[in-house]
Design a protein around this ligand. Structure first.
Ligand SMILES: [Zn+2]
Length: 339
């Protein structure tokens, strides 16, 4: 089965009323853990790579790892998505590499740090949509900025998404999915106390969904940062500070109001680090790396399987046949932006 596009996977998620987890990948064990979880849960899944991930693994390794996942799990719709493309050229590079979906994050300038103005965001996103849709590739845009820094990406400032501007943005750009800023942030240190409905502007999601029922919303920075994982890391010599993530119930509420893609990176990192630290500490005479990476891969699998179930995607892998890029390109050609 070919890699799936974000557009199709999220259209199906909207039909089924569930969300799909988007998990960041950098190495083989992460890709394998996610693939095994998706097979076990019979769930569609999004694997996403940041620029940092492409630099770490190398573009060829990354692409072939995902292709290996698709060959291993032909029954699973798998999307290969570029996380936080910083400029149109990066998105075009990813499309050439075989990514079936790209994020053009025009909420920041090409330095990945400075908040941009609205016209810049519309212009770069529109440019990427035109090039991507011609090849059937999906595009995620971002309006508003999240807090926190991830892989060197982020302004650290929070600007919540304005619902009316979101309507204009989607009309002008034709994006398939829209990352909304509702008060979440990237990284492990999201909140200093358990966030409530006031801290997370969940009402914005409902409002945007009411105005844009056909646009799939994306929640970034949506790791839940399980206390158990933080405790295990610290018990095995780690020094993480007290922190809170986004409660799963808040994500589930978002899914009820049009959130279809849920980005989870930190939880996988924590699970892997906990497993590695514990195994290394408990086996001082061991020096076969497989002894450490096997439990790390299992830990990744466990957290991904749990999220896929919580987001409601489990059991939906067989609902549809994956459409190849050519079919998606034809679909876009029939409904150009602004038509
Ligand atoms: Zn993000």
């Amino acid at each position: 089965m070919p890699l799936a596009t974000l557009r199709q996977v999220l259209d199906e998620a909207a039909k089924g009323g569930y969300g799909v987890g988007a998990f960041n990948v950098n190495n083989m064990e992460q890709v394998q853990g996610i693939t095994e979880a998706a097979i076990e849960q019979a769930s569609p899944v999004i694997m996403q790579a940041s620029r940092g991930a492409i630099a770490y693994a190398g573009p060829n390794f990354l692409r072939h790892l995902i292709m290996a996942a698709a060959e291993t799990a032909p029954e699973i719709p798998i999307v290969l998505h570029l996380d936080h493309g910083d400029k149109p050229e990066t998105c075009l590079m990813a499309i050439d590499l075989g990514f079936t979906s790209v994020m053009m994050d025009g909420s920041l300038l090409a330095d990945g740090k400075t908040p941009s103005d609205y016209d810049y965001n519309v212009a770069v996103t529109r440019e990427v949509v035109a090039a991507a849709h011609a090849k059937g590739v999906s595009v995620e845009g971002e309006l508003g900025t999240l807090g926190g820094i991830e892989d060197g990406h982020g302004s650290g400032e929070v600007h919540l998404t304005d619902p009316d501007q979101a309507v204009d943005f989607v009309e002008q750009t034709g994006v398939d999915a829209l990352a909304v800023a509702i008060g979440t942030s990237h990284g492990a240190y999201k909140f200093t106390k358990k966030p409530t409905g006031d801290v997370l502007a969940m009402h914005l999601i409902e409002e945007i969904h009411g105005k844009l029922p056909e646009t799939h919303m994306v929640m970034h920075g949506s790791s839940s940062v399980p206390q158990e994982l933080v405790d295990r890391i610290n018990a095995a010599g780690g020094k993480l500070e007290a922190t809170y993530g986004v409660p799963v119930e808040e994500i589930q509420q978002g899914i009820r109001h049009g959130v279809r893609k849920v980005n989870v990176d930190t939880d996988g990192r924590l699970a892997i680090t906990a497993a590695l630290r514990e195994t290394i500490l408990a086996n001082p005479k061991e020096f076969d790396p497989r002894a450490f990476f096997k439990p790390a891969r299992e830990a990744m699998k466990a957290v991904v399987a749990e999220r896929l179930t919580q987001f409601g995607a489990a059991g939906h892998a067989g609902d549809y046949e994956v459409l190849p890029l050519e079919a998606m390109a034809e679909r876009y050609a029939g409904s150009p932006v602004g038509a």
